[in-house]
Ligand binder design. Structure first.
Ligand SMILES: N[C@@H](CCC[C@H](N)C(=O)O)C(=O)O
Length: 351
């Protein structure tokens, strides 16, 4: 995006108005939304105008209409928010990693933790999901994102009630199921525990897994358990009496993310055990920083808590944005995540 176009991104309401033949005076895109449990708020409520547009405003809107507009819907899962792009007509993402990073900017762009593309199915799956983090890097998987993905598909395909899809991701086949209450339950597959596959250079400590390994960060020795849910996670229950709310996340998080023991960087979860079925965590995400929730992170946390003997296989995990239900089943070794996802607003942006 050029600086001019970046400015245009902040006034995407205007671009949306240009793309909204059915509701020109409200300045909104008229995508066919049924709204699920809660209808998406119109991003441009404050832009509502009831008087005719001036000639200058009209020409601005017409100009925007003639430029390349990206239509999107903003979704969130427990405050982990994404710009969702309907990319079903192409296997090439409609925006570049650099553009995605600018769109995610909360001051100069739309604002989000990542951009997610709904793409044609591959490897026999119904759909393919790709995602760019807010720094433009491409992770293998995103747990909250895949719940948003399922709800977005339901809107795009005009599906009602319970539905299940197969989604090809960088972490393999992921299967979300929209439940009757609107929550999405996701079969997140099997956790990966072998150090080189996560990847981490930390050596295995228990049955080929990296469990309670020592890691030096900021002059402190942390005990960490490493788990991949397709993307890498480093889970720490920290020092004794750790209160996750007391952490200086923005100082300590990057030290873990860029630690030499994690050649592909890492997501890091700081966890407090409230009971054997109730955990509380904060997350520093690779490529996105502190976020309000991380679905793959919550899954990794329960796996790590079980491996360390701290919790049962079925837990509620409290994140800053709200709770997720996580179960690491013994019979199939898969991790299941259940939580909400909803549309927030929709619009267009010139990019
Ligand atoms: N928020 C996501 C994870 C997104 C990817 C992550 N930042 C990475 O780089 O691995 C989730 O809900 O899982």
């Amino acid at each position: 995006m050029s600086p001019d176009a970046t400015a245009a991104a902040t006034s995407f309401a205007a671009a949306a108005a240009a793309a909204a033949p059915t509701a020109p005076s409200r300045g909104c895109v008229s995508l066919p939304f049924r709204g699920g449990s809660r209808a998406p708020r119109r991003a441009v409520a404050s832009m509502a105008v009831s008087t005719p547009r001036s000639a200058a405003a009209a020409s601005f809107l017409e100009r925007r209409e003639s430029e390349r507009a990206l239509h999107f819907v903003k979704y969130q899962g427990l405050g982990n928010d994404f710009i969702m792009v309907d990319n079903r007509d192409s296997s090439e993402p409609k925006v570049t990693p650099e553009e995605a990073s600018k769109l995610c900017d909360r001051n100069f762009g739309i604002g989000a933790d990542g951009v997610i593309f709904v793409m044609p199915g591959s490897n026999g799956a119904d759909y393919t999901m790709r995602i760019f983090n807010s720094d433009g890097s491409e992770p293998e998987m995103c747990g909250n994102g895949v719940r948003c993905f399922a709800r977005f598909i339901a809107e795009l395909e005009n599906l009602q009630g319970t539905h299940s899809f197969t989604i090809h991701t960088g972490a393999g086949l992921i299967i979300p199921e929209i439940q009757s209450d609107g929550q999405v339950k996701v079969d997140m597959g099997e956790p990966i525990l072998s150090g080189p596959d996560i990847p981490t250079k930390l050596l295995a400590t228990k049955n080929k897994a990296v469990v309670q390994a020592e890691l030096e960060v900021e002059g402190l020795t942390w005990h960490v358990t490493c788990v991949s849910m397709g993307n890498p996670h480093c889970v720490t229950f920290g020092a004794k009496d750790l209160k996750v709310d007391d952490l200086k996340l923005s100082e300590i998080g990057p030290k873990f993310e860029h630690h030499e023991m994690f050649p592909a960087r890492t997501n890091t979860e700081f966890v407090q055990v409230l009971s054997r079925s109730h955990l509380k965590m904060q997350v520093w995400e690779r490529g996105a920083g502190a976020t309000l929730a991380c679905g793959t992170g919550a899954c990794a946390v329960v796996v790590a808590a079980v491996l360390e003997g701290r919790a049962e296989r079925k837990c509620v995990v409290d994140l800053p944005g709200g709770p997720l239900e996580i179960e690491w089943r013994e019979d199939d070794n898969h991790v299941y995540m259940t939580g909400p996802a909803e549309a927030v607003f929709y619009g267009s942006v010139v990019h």
